[in-house]
Design a protein around this ligand. Structure first.
Ligand code: TYM
Length: 332
């Protein structure tokens, strides 16, 4: 059976990178796979979160996923902290994965910054919780953006080591599914940096909550260079901002990047940006409207999450019982 697990952190606004790199792909995969989509609130608190904002963000991210087309009736949508299996398996993986493996994780280095001694232990152990998220459902496929590839490799190594240590064929080795056209959407202010919720400049990203005027303003202000648009993909080399904007256009329109390059060959950025604004607003506008509508009924959102958590727990709890037996724990 092919089962998908994927997650998103409720640490702020969902942005275009989350949408094109992950959530849109989830929507597409729903027909083919059994899917479990998780709002990973326990991951979020590896960095300080204001409790009221965290609660709000959990609901807003849920609304964003549903507005984008995730179907919580057919598939499972829930928040991580409601299902105890994640924390239970994460602890066991803390004892299986090696310090050296976690020391190599580039995301920890980026997020901890210069003061590693001050980072939370949770931030360091974060990838083990992520492995537990996936493997507590024995998920076989994980649709993510490219920035999560290293964590997925760690999940595979951990699954393999668990199987070897205990002499079992228990956990599958999960495969990433990374959308080639939107693997890494870059910041609108700096083509060398990933678009991210944590960038201090709001002009660096398009949020799923942005209205049409804000989207237009951010695209107009997006960094570019002085040359007109090139005729070939090679012509984009050394032009990261141009490459990113054309890539966003391609991902939003469902075209190949080369088709978009041909479409805008020789054009000025000002002309191209107008078309990009129209396209972005036409794709994101309806999602934004639906998200706002869903946020007016938080009881409904909470009910979706509780129902999802019950269904998730029904899959995860028996797997954890088996894991406890394999490890040798006596259980209640
Ligand atoms: P998070 O919350 O940072 O991002 C959610 C998803 O969005 C993708 N993404 C991007 N894709 C393309 N371009 C970008 N600029 C961009 N920014 C973010 C991410 O790759 C991700 O797919 N650790 C994960 C959450 C997580 C998870 C899991 C994912 C926890 N447990 C288990 C899969 C399976 C994270 O922080 O994603």
């Amino acid at each position: 059976m092919k089962r998908i697990f994927s997650g998103v952190q409720p640490t702020g606004n969902l942005h275009l990178g989350n949408y094109l790199g992950a959530i849109r792909n989830w929507v597409r995969l729903q027909d083919e796979y059994e899917c479990i989509f998780c709002i990973v609130d326990m991951h979020a608190i590896t960095l300080w979160q204001d409790p009221k904002e965290l609660t709000r963000n959990i609901r807003e991210v849920t609304a964003g996923m549903i507005a984008a087309g995730v179907d919580p009736a057919k598939h499972i949508v829930f928040n991580q902290s409601m299902v105890p299996a994640h924390a239970q398996l994460a602890w066991i993986f803390n004892c299986v994965a090696r310090m050296g493996w976690l020391n190599r994780m580039t995301q920890f280095k980026d997020k901890a910054g210069k003061h590693k001694e001050n980072a939370s232990v949770g931030l360091f152990a974060y990838p083990n919780l992520m492995s537990a998220d996936i493997l507590t459902y024995k998920a076989t496929h994980v649709p993510v953006g490219e920035d999560q590839k290293q964590h997925l490799e760690l999940a595979r190594d951990t699954a393999q080591k668990f199987n070897n240590d205990f002499g079992v064929e228990f956990f599958p080795l999960p495969e990433p599914i990374i959308p080639p056209e939107a693997a890494r959407i870059m910041s609108l202010r700096d083509g060398a940096k990933k678009m991210s919720k944590s960038d201090e400049s709001d002009y660096s990203r398009i949020n799923m909550t942005d209205d049409a005027d804000t989207i237009a303003l951010k695209i107009r202000k997006a960094k570019t260079d002085l040359e007109p648009l090139p005729a070939t993909l090679e012509g984009l080399e050394g032009r990261p901002e141009a490459s990113n904007l054309l890539g966003i256009y391609a991902a939003l329109s469902g075209k190949e990047k080369i088709q978009v390059v041909t479409q805008f060959e020789g054009k000025q950025f000002s002309d191209f940006k107008k078309e990009l604004v129209d396209l972005a607003v036409s794709v994101l506008g309806p999602i934004n409207t639906e998200m706002k509508r869903l946020m007016t009924d938080t009881n409904h959102i909470d009910a979706v999450l509780r129902s999802g958590a019950e269904r998730a727990d029904a899959i995860a709890a028996p797997i954890i019982r088996e894991v406890y037996d394999i490890v040798g724990f006596l259980r209640p």
